[in-house]
Design a protein around this ligand. Structure first.
Ligand SMILES: Nc1ncnc2c1ncn2[C@@H]1O[C@H](COP(=O)(O)OP(=O)(O)OP(=O)(O)O)[C@@H](O)[C@H]1O
Ligand SMILES: [Mg+2]
Length: 228
């Protein structure tokens, strides 16, 4: 069994709704293996995004622990969590949100700048675009790229600052199955090349066999776990 980079202990999340509380996550205990692709699956509304946001330190849970490298990040103040995100975490979302006035290269370089990256930003931005197969498209504006290519720029942007973990919430939802498979291949290559850990959610059953670790959510509970 691989090293565990991130784990949860009894995570509960609930939201106030008319007439009480809606429990969106109910006692989640999962382990994310280091340097692997973990997939979270489950129907719409099962709690995938809610869980990802807690794992990625975007949201605090109502209760429970989220242990990143021996530290319970739910106990940290927001400012410290922001630093943890900057240094350790990259996000890829379903809708790409590249900056429309910047070309592919500038989008990646801008993100590097914001992260406070210390190395050679030019070199790293180019290298990341090459890793996702866009070496020949670095000067293209977002509107001059296909949906799959834009998503690959977003991946290059998410990995550029060398995060330890990438969270990708439905990164393939707006892509056709073949392009989705390409994105998953890129994730696998990144795991090989950069030793990164990737957690992604998907509805696409065709992509699930790529997972080395698979969790299934149902009504805010983990109902299945498969591990290679
Ligand atoms: N801020 C909120 N207030 C109230 N209920 C919420 C809030 N955020 C999420 N929920 C509810 O929690 C449940 C889980 O939502 P979540 O977004 O995690 O689902 P999901 O598995 O990501 O679904 P999808 O596949 O559609 O993206 C849903 O029933 C949703 O309505
Ligand atoms: Mg979701």
């Amino acid at each position: 069994m691989a090293d565990i980079i991130l784990k949860t202990n009894h995570v509960i999340q609930s939201f106030p709704v008319a007439g009480g509380e809606f429990v969106a996550l109910n006692d989640i205990n999962i382990e994310i293996p280091k340097g692997k692709l973990t997939i979270l699956k489950g129907r719409s509304g099962s709690g995938k995004t809610t869980l990802m946001n807690i794992l990625g330190a975007l949201d605090y849970p109502k209760s429970g622990e989220v242990i990143l490298k021996d530290r319970d990040i739910t106990k940290l103040a927001e400012r410290e969590r922001e630093n943890i995100r900057k240094q350790n975490i990259g996000f890829v979302f379903q809708s790409v949100a590249l900056i429309p006035m910047m070309n592919a290269y500038e989008n990646v370089e801008f993100a590097l700048r914001l992260s406070g990256f210390k190395g050679d930003m030019k070199k790293r931005a180019k290298e990341c675009l090459e890793m996702v197969g866009l070496g020949k498209r670095i000067m293209h504006m977002p509107q001059e790229l296909s949906g799959g290519e834009q998503q690959r720029v977003a991946i290059a942007r998410a990995i550029a600052h060398k995060p330890k973990i990438i969270f990708a919430d439905e990164p393939t939802a707006e892509l056709d199955t073949n392009t989705g498979i390409q994105v998953v291949k890129i994730f696998k290559n990144l795991i090989e090349a950069e030793g990164i850990t990737i957690v992604m959610t998907t509805h696409d059953t065709g992509l699930m066999e790529a997972a080395e670790c698979l969790y299934e959510l149902e009504d805010g509970k983990i109902v299945d776990r498969e591990y290679d």
